[in-house]
Design a protein around this ligand. Structure first.
Ligand code: ZN
Length: 89
């Protein structure tokens, strides 16, 4: 009986631990996503203030109305964004 009790406790402990790890990584990913969104918004607002909204941060070309419609926070033209994504990988 006492042996079974110990096994039960161990199972419960590892289950709690696994859940807290999942919750922690979920919380971290939410914070990261929220921070990125916040960061993009701040940059977009700063660009509007500076009169550079809609202008590619890398090459200075117009990002384009169509692209801004789909990606209001875009800071690069399609060509520079593709180059940026390629550099990240
Ligand atoms: Zn560009």
């Amino acid at each position: 009986m006492s042996r079974e009790q110990i096994v039960d406790d161990q199972v419960q402990d590892s289950g709690d631990q696994a859940q807290s790890v999942v919750m922690e990584s979920l919380r971290n990913s939410l914070q990261d996503a929220e921070y990125e969104e916040y960061d993009r918004l701040v940059k977009a607002l700063a660009a509007i203030d500076a009169g550079t909204y809609g202008v590619c941060a890398d090459c200075g070309a117009s990002i384009g109305e169509k692209r801004l419609k789909h990606f209001p926070n875009a800071s690069r033209c399609i060509a520079c964004q593709e180059a940026f994504e390629a550099r990240k990988q």
